[in-house]
Design a protein around this ligand. Structure first.
Ligand SMILES: [Zn+2]
Length: 430
């Protein structure tokens, strides 16, 4: 059984026709491998004829949901326990943690993937890369970025989740060229460096994970604006998930993340599972190629975004994926309007004086009921016109409760390693 990964030269710069040719070969290898080795796909793809399919015909195959992966987890593993090199658990923000098993080949594939992402973001072998994300806690992102930096020939500095003082000390002495981290933390770090006068002129690239810095129109979110003020023209957004074992990083054009052409085929699906044209939002659905531990076919990530198909000035010929504009499970239907919590969150992010917030959603199947809980550095909901600003953005009047910073903190950071600002109390929510 082939569980080794052999990196090719980046095929993203070839012509579209050549990319499609190579992707079609890899897709058919992937489907054959999945049917032969994964009990789940042996079952769900049993009716598929023994002939190669085209990339367009991929849309006829069944999709795989997060619930499928959680429910039939063992059936997805395509290798024996001896061939598993790393086990991680996806974060518990949408239900209980889900086990994902990687082979040595999958880890090498991740390293190749993140090396390509780092190159797209302007990082070179001469750079030192400061990692401010965790490499442990059964979390795959930190391992992927570490492996990518090493594979590129750069030097990784694994400072992980640590204090501002600790990172600042390393920036002063090691002078890294790049930092990988969560954008809200990188904004805090940048402000700290400014306030303390520490020289950070060596840093030319920030790789931003986990939080969107651009909006539906590809403009900057309030968080993106904050970063842009502190670190002008330094940041690159990246999208990834543990299940798809793939990351999509922006290039110098900053117009969407490039899926590595030999590692993933991306579709955007409407609510009926039908692919939508470029530009239209829908669910990001990924068929990761060349994965051997837990191969997936048409995995529905639950994240909402859109494809950007215009040619990219960097010369890569792949379609890009836009910013994540919401999670399918967090879609709100209020009085006939459909919107995502980010409409509320980005507004609150832009109000100076708001220190933190979370949302509770209740209601029945007919209409959702939203309540906002907000804490303040200074001012209050009335003086800062919170209700008016939220109404201007969403056209909805929602109850706003003022709470202490301690209460906000304990709810938001209480049970998860990631901040949770969305609490779903709806009946029948999936
Ligand atoms: Zn590009």
């Amino acid at each position: 059984m082939k569980t080794r990964f052999e990196a090719e030269d980046d095929i993203s710069f070839l012509s579209r026709a050549d990319i499609v040719l190579r992707q079609t070969e890899l897709l058919n290898e992937h489907i054959r491998y999945s049917r032969e080795n994964s009990a789940y796909y042996k079952k769900t793809l049993a009716d598929l004829a023994d002939e190669d399919i085209t990339i367009e015909e991929l849309a006829k195959l069944p999709t795989t949901s997060k619930q499928d992966l959680a429910l039939y987890n063992v059936e997805f593993t395509a290798v024996s326990e001896h061939d598993i090199a790393d086990i991680c658990f996806t974060s518990g923000t949408t239900g209980k943690p889900c086990r994902i098993a990687y082979t040595k080949g999958d880890i090498d594939r991740l390293a190749y993937n993140d090396m390509l992402g780092f190159v797209a973001a302007g990082i070179s072998p001469a750079d030192k890369v400061l990692l401010t994300c965790t490499i442990d806690c059964c979390f795959v992102a930190g391992l992927a970025y570490y492996s990518g930096a090493v594979k590129l020939g750069a030097a990784a500095i694994r400072n992980g989740i640590n204090t501002l003082e600790s990172h600042a000390g390393i920036i002063r002495t090691e002078r890294p060229g790049a930092i990988v981290g969560v954008p809200s933390f990188l904004a805090k770090l940048g402000k700290y460096l400014q306030d303390t006068g520490i020289d950070c002129s060596s840093i030319h690239t920030l790789v931003c994970i986990g939080e969107p810095v651009r909006n539906r129109q590809m403009g900057l979110t309030p968080l993106g604006q904050k970063l842009q003020e502190i670190w002008p023209n330094c940041f690159y957004s990246t999208y990834a998930s543990s299940e798809i074992v793939t990351s999509f990083t922006e290039c110098s054009a900053r117009s969407g993340g490039h899926p590595p052409a030999d590692l993933a085929i991306v579709e955007i699906l409407d609510e009926y599972g039908v692919p939508v044209p470029a530009g239209e939002p829908g669910e990001v659905t990924v068929t990761p190629l060349q994965v051997t531990g837990m191969p997936l076919v048409r995995f529905r990530t639950g994240d909402i975004s859109f494809l950007i198909d215009e040619p990219c000035s960097c010369g890569r010929k792949t379609s890009r994926i836009g910013p994540i504009i919401g999670r399918k499970s967090q879609m709100l239907k209020i009085k006939g309007t459909t919107l995502f919590p980010s409409a509320f969150f980005t507004t609150l992010d832009s109000i100076d004086g708001v220190s933190d917030y979370y949302m509770e959603v209740g209601g029945d199947a007919l209409s959702d009921e939203v309540e906002m809980f907000v804490s303040f550095h200074h001012g209050d909901a009335k003086s800062l016109k919170v209700a008016e600003l939220l109404y201007a953005k969403t056209r909805l009047h929602v109850p706003i409760h003022t709470i202490s910073e301690e209460r906000a903190k304990s709810r938001i950071y209480g049970k998860s390693r990631k901040p949770v600002r969305f609490f779903d109390l709806r009946k029948n929510n999936l």
